[in-house]
Design a protein around this ligand. Sequence first.
Ligand SMILES: Nc1ncnc2c1ncn2[C@@H]1O[C@H](COP(=O)(O)OP(=O)(O)OP(=O)(O)O)[C@@H](O)[C@H]1O
Ligand SMILES: [Mg+2]
Length: 505
Amino acid sequence: MENPGEQPLISLRNAVKTFGPVVALADGSIDLHAGEIHALAGENGAGKSTLVKVLAGLHHRDSGDFEIEGQPVSFATVADSRAAGISVIYQEPTLFPDLTVAENIFIGRQPRGRFGMIDHRLMRDHASAIFEELGVPIDPDRLAEGLSIADQQIIEIAKAISLEARVLVMDEPTAALSGHEVDRLFAVARSLRDKGAALMFISHRMEEIFSLCDRVTVMRDGRYVTTRMIPDTTPSQIVRDMVGRDIDQLFPKFDAQVGAPVLEVEGLNRAGVFRNISFCVRAGEIVALSGLVGAGRSEVARAVMGIDPIDSGTVTLLGKRLKPGQPMAAIRGGMGFVPEDRRKQGLVMELSVLRNTALTLRDGLARFGIINARKEAEVAAEWGRKLQVKSSSPYNSVATLSGGNQQKVVLAKWLATKPKLLIVDEPTRGIDVGTKAEVHRLLSQLAVDGVAILMISSELPEVLGMADRVLVMCEGAITAEFPRAEATPERIIEAATDHAKAAAS
Ligand SMILES: Nc1ncnc2c1ncn2[C@@H]1O[C@H](COP(=O)(O)OP(=O)(O)OP(=O)(O)O)[C@@H](O)[C@H]1O
Ligand SMILES: [Mg+2]
């Protein structure tokens, strides 16, 4: 952004949005200029996604001013905001799986040729031209089904370009991407900025905000706090703006007594997915399973838990062999599992926060098949407090929580079972910095209490900060193991990327 004095492309002032008694947005204010990438930062539940939905015409603001190039606007529908040049990319893209890539880009406005027939060639050529411009090789004729999240997002961006969007809003686009996918997305974002678009970017990762963005606006409790130029500020300054205090320790790691093996995995195989996986996790130990997205880490975790099938190998929990394919038996044996895809695997969206938290405890809370409702509420309240779950009432459905708070409910639900072995898959994805430190402190404390923890994480600082031992996976095999003292970013990255070399050394 060369000249902050010029008229903003978009200006939102004092926007208010309530849902019944809940004030999701008390003072939503932001200016977006052409040619800038503007970060929106704030804790879970600060109102970022609500502000985005107001810009997108998905939510109607109760009050406040909204102008585009100085002209007041009001959007009744998403189509109105599109027509005004605003495109939004949500964390979970919404493509139609049975349509081709090109059809998804042009859906609802397919170019028509003679006799009103859809002109597939023209559509495909348009799509190819956009992908070429973006420098990403995606086949416009393939079905959307099976595309990676990263590719789906690029397709949403291609759609925005084809709509000649002047404003592109990305709500946590990087949460599920691997390192090189993030690089690719950033390259596309920068080139759009350089062509004069205004971009808004939401992320909980400070390093992303600082490498990509020109300015940052911070929100707290639904209110505008401040806007700063990135070159003139620091991550800790932004964190202070977000939470109103300093965060002293992001990775609190306590000394835990490492005891007897809790989980022993021997020679686990599943054709085409992973091979010859053997490792052990002891009481009081945090073992990290590191590697790139797609290396097979989540698949191993799901197999250990008995959710996915295996071809051969054994899983032993506290000295007892687990039967494959029986996750309920694993849970009864003391295993807890916080999955990666929490929306699909972790929560029942239409049930309340309270019910979701207590879901895994139903056997324990029931007598003669009747749930002790008071107990259920107590347990939910206790864990809600520990994890600072922000909801107006525990009786509200989890669907109304912000993304990060939904993730906290999944964590709460498993911590409440008091597991002996806890498997956490990307435990702090989408969780704000303050709560991140809180989750890390909880994991550390669990280890001190003798729980064995297997932590899958793509974030190297988290792996290095929390793990007693690091296992690295690459292409379905464990390629290296480092004790805490020997784990360095270089060693882990090498083992995660260069399988052949790592195997030979
Ligand atoms: N449809 C709704 N009904 C009731 N409350 C809602 C609804 N949508 C959002 N809220 C509440 O508004 C607040 C702001 O939510 P929002 O999703 O905007 O937060 P966010 O800043 O995007 O957080 P995160 O970083 O976790 O994604 C939260 O307390 C949330 O529970
Ligand atoms: Mg959000």
